[in-house]
Ligand binder design. Structure first.
Ligand code: NAD
Length: 275
């Protein structure tokens, strides 16, 4: 099969560079174009050199029309307004669109879903790490099977992270709540301090650690009478997201138009939630 021609949107960003490296390393994918917003300092640079690998002969540009001409798939880790605009173009051209952008509003998500109905093959996920998607699926199953065990979610990140708990910890909480058919919002305990009283049965607890250069550690602990099940994930660098996006691009090539998630890409068909 011919190599898929990939456009990296947000090529001048941290994930853009990781995506360029992943495409260069993945058989079956080739970098067709690399785009960033007008005014980006990355414009004009060779995408490979920008990403810290050998030159690829593709200059980073802000000409989206030229970039999409002749392309098969867009890997897009940018910003919500850029992503919704690109989804419209993907639908018009029948392209696959791999969306890692986070922070989309409900209106953005509705617009993206409409583009999928209009002919785009979209894979959208808030976390493209394949290990994390499998972990969330395992958590959902464990929470259902061990319905009376206490669930605690522990995360550690580097000392510059400004929000807590991490979005991924909350995703794991949603997976646990989904397995139990309860609302996370109504059952989560995000902070404990002072005389808290005994643990409330059925709650889902969160604990946050910060320090050093930790990229992202997450543990989900299911504690029952006389035993503890611990499910852990350790992220080493952001290549895990780029590798997942590359796999999604290859998978999407053979799909009908529609809105998919990494759960579909990995064939986790029993998952009730879309990650
Ligand atoms: P970043 O700020 O380093 O990069 C974003 C890039 O997008 C910048 O170069 C910016 O100029 C570019 N951009 C913005 N508007 C654009 C437009 N209209 N056209 C073309 N390019 C445009 O950020 P990042 O760390 O690379 O993250 C990017 C996005 O990906 C964020 O939403 C982040 O939360 C998300 N993210 C998702 C995952 C996942 O697995 N889903 C993982 C990591 C990051």
């Amino acid at each position: 099969m011919a190599e898929l021609k990939v456009v990296v949107a947000g090529a001048g960003g941290r994930m853009g560079a990781a995506n360029i490296r992943a495409i260069a390393a993945h058989p079956g994918l080739s970098l067709h174009a690399a785009v960033d917003r007008p005014g980006s300092e990355a414009l004009g640079q060779d995408a490979g050199l920008f990403a810290g690998i050998a030159a690829l002969g593709v200059a980073i540009s802000d000409d989206i029309d030229a970039a999409l001409h002749g392309a098969d798939v867009i890997i897009d880790f940018t910003a919500p307004d850029a992503t919704t605009a690109l989804a419209g173009r993907a639908a018009a051209l029948g392209l696959a669109h791999i969306i890692g952008t986070t922070g989309c509003s409900e209106a953005d998500d509705a617009a993206i879903a409409r583009c999928a109905s209009d002919g785009a093959r979209i894979v959208k996920s808030g976390n493209f790490s394949m290990g994390m998607v499998v972990l969330a699926n395992l958590v959902e199953k464990a929470a259902a099977a061990l319905a009376d065990y206490d669930i605690e979610i522990l995360e550690m990140h580097h000392n510059r992270k400004v929000d807590a708990p991490s979005g991924t910890a909350l995703l794991l909480g949603e997976a646990a709540a989904s397995g139990r058919d309860i609302s996370l919002k109504a059952h989560s305990v995000r902070v404990r301090d002072g005389h808290t009283g005994p643990r409330e049965a059925g709650s889902i607890g969160f604990a946050t650690l910060r320090g050093g250069t930790v990229v992202g550690d997450h543990s989900v602990i299911l504690a029952g009478p006389g035993e503890r099940l611990e499910l852990n994930h350790r992220a080493e660098d952001r290549s895990i997201f780029a590798n997942g996006a590359a796999r999604a691009a290859l998978w999407a090539a053979g799909q009908e138009p529609g809105l998919y998630s990494m759960v579909d890409v990995l064939g986790l068909n029993d998952a009730t939630r879309k990650y």
